[in-house]
Design a protein around this ligand. Structure first.
Ligand code: GAP
Length: 447
């Protein structure tokens, strides 16, 4: 299989230039590996989250939504194993003051001699590895004593586990059923990087599916396939997606089985995890039952039995999928009859931040007013962008670059025949459409 091109640098530049993603606190020199989503980025990520929420929660009877708080009782993190076990081995270099993950030295570069990995350059002085907990610690209330310790959650999953019975009983759900949520998570990563791929603040979309022990492997397979299909439906290419099975020491202590969905980001980054699918057995509910002293058993009325359900977890990063969608969509094309090519973000129409660009051909003859009337008709159904500056070619290029699937041009004939030209981003085909048919025409192609 041919290696995918490295488009990351071009994408980072496009994201800043076109309002997708900015470095956090840029005017102060930037906060390391923290990113802000601009006007187009926030639309793109929201569209991805909406697709996930619709497929998980709104289109099903057996999954409920939840929005648990970021701050939780500190005992939650003792029960989950994060206080003792959510650690990475850290080494410092006394020469360059760099910090590296001891288990990932092969992926790092010596800042003083980038052709070598840390420890291989003569001047390197690496310390012994020490365990570094990735949770951000803070204090609840005005006193910073040990009684007020709180953590920024490193995963959203625990908010679901501690609410298992609340949701099950209030919604009268029967096992098997799931709970889904989207929310921020925080990890003090030793080596964040690759743009929004690995950051210290990120968003997760997690779903915990509670099943009867014994049926877990069957559900695990079902969710594995369903999750792959979701990524395909989002427009990610099949040849850029892969399953990676966790085996041996890779398998977390609580996991009975685990697969990553990997996406090929191209260049040296290559295939990397975008989602984890785990069979967590009864580990989490058992731990919370023990640490809280509250029974977390499910009562199966039909069979008159009690048990702690097993959990199949699907956990996907909203930022990683956003990056994958952009990398997957980025392409540069020659344009017939033109010297300058075009950059296209061939995003799936459902996640494109702007669905329709509307342009008057000239600023005269009442064309801007006509275009604004068209926008008035479209705005309640689609995100629309009006543009009257520069040549029509330039305006098309600007929309192609941000992934707008359709552009509408108002011209000298529009007032007479009440029609406009609609141009397709990918095929470049142009159709003449009556304005009364526009909403239907676009809806059919966009939904
Ligand atoms: N509850 C299970 C869990 O959190 P994980 O494999 O640690 O599992 C799940 O994380 C997903 O969260 C990953 O596949 C990735 O998409 C995203 N993720 C994890 N750490 C991240 C980071 N530092 N930056 C961006 N996304 C991250």
């Amino acid at each position: 299989m041919a290696a995918q091109p490295d488009v990351m640098d071009k994408l980072v530049s496009l994201c800043k230039r076109r309002g997708f993603i900015f470095q956090s606190s840029e005017i102060y020199g930037g906060a390391g590996s923290v990113w802000d989503y601009g006007p187009l980025g926030v639309e793109l990520k929201r569209n991805i989250k909406d697709r996930w929420w619709n497929s998980m929660v709104r289109s099903r009877d057996d999954i409920e939504g939840l929005d648990a708080a970021i701050l939780m009782h500190p005992k939650v993190w003792e029960a989950s194993g994060h206080v003792s076990g959510f650690v990475d081995p850290l080494v410092d270099c006394k020469t360059c003051k760099g910090r590296f993950r001891a288990d990932k030295l092969q992926d790092a570069r010596c800042p003083q001699k980038p052709s070598k990995q840390p420890g291989q350059h003569d001047a390197c002085q690496l310390t012994e590895a020490r365990q570094f907990n990735l949770m951000f610690k803070t204090a609840m209330g005005p006193l910073e004593d040990s009684a007020s310790i709180a953590y920024l959650r490193p995963e959203t999953a625990q908010g679901i586990f501690v609410n298992f019975l609340n949701v099950q009983q209030s919604m009268r759900q029967k096992v098997p059923f799931g709970i889904a949520q989207i929310g921020k998570a925080f990890r003090n990563e030793i080596t964040p990087g690759n743009f929004i791929f690995r950051t210290r603040e990120f968003e997760q979309m997690e779903m915990q599916f509670f099943v009867e022990p014994g049926s877990d492997m069957e559900w695990f397979e079902t969710w594995k396939e369903a999750r792959l299909q979701w990524h395909l439906d989002l427009g990610l290419s099949r040849d850029r997606l892969n399953f990676h099975q966790h085996a041996g020491s890779e398998l977390a202590h609580y996991a009975r089985a685990a697969f990553d969905v990997e996406f090929d980001f191209g260049g040296t980054l290559g295939f990397q995890e975008i989602e984890g699918i785990h069979n967590r057995g009864d580990f989490d509910l058992t731990q919370h039952q023990q640490f809280s002293g509250k029974k977390l058993e499910y009562y199966d009325q039909l069979n008159n039995k009690r048990y702690i359900p097993y959990v199949i977890e699907t956990s996907v990063g909203a930022d990683r999928v956003t990056l994958a969608a952009m990398v997957n969509a980025y392409r540069e094309e020659a344009v017939e009859g033109e010297t300058e090519g075009r950059v296209v973000l061939g995003l799936h129409p459902s996640i494109a931040p702007i669905k329709v660009g509307v342009f008057p051909l000239t600023k005269k003859e009442g064309q801007p007013e006509f275009a604004k009337r068209v926008i008035g008709d479209l705005r309640s159904s689609f995100t629309v962008d009006y543009d009257e500056s520069g040549s029509i070619g330039k305006r098309y290029r600007r929309q192609d670059e941000v992934g707008t699937p359709y552009c509408i041009t108002v011209d000298g004939d529009s007032a007479g025949d009440d029609s406009v030209t609609v141009r397709d981003r990918d095929t470049l085909q142009q159709d003449r459409v009556n304005t009364s048919q526009l909403v239907g025409y676009l809806a059919q192609r966009l939904r």
